[in-house]
Design a protein around this ligand. Structure first.
Ligand SMILES: [Zn+2]
Length: 386
């Protein structure tokens, strides 16, 4: 009897969770659609819809247009149930989005910083979080959680930043340092970017996606069979440290000749400095010179995109993705590099894998990882509810 009672409770919870997730996925849905979609009885759907409404998780959002039969009420997630913050901690800026419970973006913010020490960055993060809530007048009590994408490797529990080489951070317990009375979730920024593309960008409905985040380093977020692939020790996707020049320049990871040493924004700036002696130029300024057809800058861009292409070719050969999305500021010069990149990839990939892949540049600006982090927090909240 005891076992039966447990099973009944589990089934009840599962049915309610299924309904909540179906409302989220469909955005607006009627009871009849829920019944048909989930194969549940009309009574079961009606019972749980009432419960979810009483808990303020869903609300009535109008009436479906009549098609001759009975008109039916429509339901959606209650956007004001709670809010999440998705942040992307980059090496020189914080990018953030405020999402409502439906997952719609309510506010965005971006702040640049210079000092990368954790004791300098943490107070900035705290101010950023409070400011972003204030822009939309969201009370602290309505904040369901905070997700932070970081340019580095996390421990197995995703609670501590083991190593973020481009920030110079080792063993940083960011949630503890923030000391906020809200859940804080961490994820590698490239993984977060991949999830952002799946939820908000070009990666919708793509089951096998490689998101290549090109910044001061290169990270890859991998969606395999519709799920984020993290690897045995949450360390998957570190293609940035794939050797492309056996006797090449040293990398921060300790190896030499890594892909990110030749194909990242830092690589472009190093090559440009070698050509011109100009060490002060920023990456946006470098891209501007490329747009202005500056000879040195465009030469460097072609070299970098050649390396970018040969690395992407290896990713494609190894993973056979349906889509590769390149994210980062390099996406701003897509027209200047798309053809040469495609040529490089075509020459170095297996025919079948090349024929089956789409190469895209992110259309989310620099928000992919922040959006992905907001989504991760929403998922955690829904998991906890159901
Ligand atoms: Zn390396």
């Amino acid at each position: 009897m005891f076992k039966k009672a447990i099973n009944q409770e589990l089934m009840r919870t599962n049915n309610k969770a299924q309904i909540l997730r179906c409302v989220k996925a469909k955005q607006v849905v009627s009871k009849r659609e829920l019944t048909e979609e989930l194969g549940l009885s009309t009574t079961t759907v009606a019972t749980f819809i009432r419960e979810l409404e009483e808990e303020n998780l869903i609300l009535n959002s109008g009436i479906a247009r009549s098609t001759g039969g009975r008109r039916s009420l429509l339901y959606q997630l209650n956007p004001d149930y709670c809010y999440t913050l998705g942040l992307d901690l980059q090496v020189d800026r914080i990018v953030g989005v405020l999402l409502d419970f439906k997952g719609d973006v309510q506010a965005e913010k971006e702040v640049a910083f210079q000092g990368r020490d954790e004791w300098q960055v943490v107070p900035l993060l705290k101010t950023f979080i409070h400011d972003l809530l204030a822009t939309h007048k969201i009370p602290w009590a309505k904040l369901g959680g905070i997700g932070i994408g970081v340019p580095g490797v996390l421990n197995n529990e995703a609670e501590i930043i083991d190593f973020a080489p481009n920030l110079g951070w080792k063993n940083v317990d960011l949630p503890a340092m923030l000391a906020l009375d809200k859940p804080v979730y961490l994820e590698n920024e490239a993984n977060a970017g991949a999830l952002g593309e799946v939820e908000f960008g070009l990666g919708r409905n793509v089951g096998h996606l490689a998101y290549i985040s090109v910044g001061m380093g290169i990270g890859c977020g991998l969606i395999i069979d519709h799920r984020l692939f993290s690897g045995h020790l949450r360390n998957a996707g570190e293609f940035g440290h794939m050797t492309v020049e056996p006797e090449g320049l040293p990398c921060r990871c300790g190896n030499r000749g890594c892909w990110e040493v030749y194909a990242s924004n830092a690589a472009a700036l190093r090559m440009y400095a070698e050509e011109t002696g100009n060490q002060q130029i920023t990456f946006p300024e470098f891209l501007l010179k490329c747009h202005e057809d500056d000879h040195c800058a465009t030469n460097v861009l072609q070299t970098v995109s050649k390396y970018l292409g040969l690395g992407i070719a290896s990713v494609i050969n190894g993973l056979n993705p349906e889509m590769v999305i390149i994210g980062g500021e390099i996406a701003n010069v897509k027209p200047l590099i798309f053809n040469s990149l495609l040529k490089e990839i075509k020459e170095r990939t297996l025919e079948k894998s090349y024929a089956g892949v789409r190469l895209e540049f992110s259309q989310l600006g620099n928000k992919a990882a922040a959006l992905g982090m907001g989504t991760i927090v929403l998922e955690q909240i829904i998991n906890a509810l159901t």
